[in-house]
Write a protein that binds this ligand. Structure first.
Ligand SMILES: [Zn+2]
Ligand SMILES: [Zn+2]
Length: 268
């Protein structure tokens, strides 16, 4: 897998975030010939450019966790959407009686955006409403789905392929009855990508915003017995030096833990 965006809430580019990156969530996962993408935050633009540079048709399965701006703002700038040579399937959960297609269309309408999806997307495009809890086959990979505790709802995904597994659990607030379900869902995974936006101190002023802490990330990794903890959805205000410090703290408890960085590649 390759990380194209690791930052939470709002892009935070600049010299102070150069090493960890300032783009919002987008993760590329390769399972054999299959391309899976998790979220289309601002990092999706770079991924789209990289795919275009291969000059090959793109076949992609894109899983959207939820529809907050930071997970979707890259959609109108994701290059493969504009070529008829490509095949894109979008997966996401219906919310409040609206289908995935209706929700995504709502992002690209005046006065928020100059053109609509229908006007400009040229790829062969399928929208697939996810019934949370279902397993979705993608080639030889299986993508499992779980509801996470986040305002407005959010889907956690687990990919199993070739005896390896990863869990994408961003935007989750700890401390509810849903925690246990996530631990079971992530049980034994090779990598757990987990929302670690806050410290416990920061979290006290931000309960109900839908995010977790690095301390809760460590507890989740311990409880679900995962091999590697990957901190994710970094606070936009946490600069590179502060990120280094946070990682040092986490490693006192989980020596294998890493913080996701833009352009970082993880092989499982
Ligand atoms: Zn987010
Ligand atoms: Zn969110």
């Amino acid at each position: 897998m390759r990380f194209w965006g690791v930052r939470g809430s709002i892009p935070s580019p600049g010299p102070q975030t150069k090493r960890y990156g300032g783009n919002t969530p987008c993760v590329e996962v390769r399972c054999g010939d299959e391309l899976l993408i998790f979220d289309l935050g601002s990092g999706a633009r770079g991924l789209g450019d990289a795919l275009a540079a291969t000059r090959k048709p793109v076949k992609a399965s894109i899983f959207i966790s939820h529809y907050h701006y930071d997970h979707l703002q890259g959609l109108p700038f994701f290059g493969p959407m504009f070529s008829p040579a490509n095949d894109v399937t979008l997966y996401g959960s219906p919310r409040d009686g609206k289908s995935l297609k209706q929700i995504l269309a709502g992002q690209m309408v005046p006065p928020y955006f100059p053109v609509t999806a229908e006007d400009v997307f040229r790829t062969r495009l399928a929208y697939r409403d996810v019934i949370v809890g279902e397993d979705i086959p993608v080639g030889d990979a299986t993508v499992r789905t779980l509801e996470l505790n986040h305002p407005g709802g959010n889907v956690g995904y687990r990919v199993d392929f070739g005896g390896r597994s990863l869990v994408y659990a961003t935007d989750v607030e700890h401390g509810t009855a849903l925690d246990k379900g996530l631990f079971d869902f992530a049980r034994g995974a090779d990598a757990l990508i987990y929302d670690s936006m806050y410290t416990e101190d920061e979290y006290r002023g931000r309960t109900g915003w839908g995010h977790s802490t690095w301390e809760a990330a460590v507890r989740a990794a311990d409880a679900s017995d995962v091999k590697q903890l990957v901190l994710f959805h970094h606070d936009p205000g946490r600069d590179d030096a502060a990120m280094d410090k946070l990682v040092r703290q986490v490693r006192k408890q989980r020596p294998e833990a890493i913080a996701a960085k833009e352009a970082m590649v993880l092989k499982l």
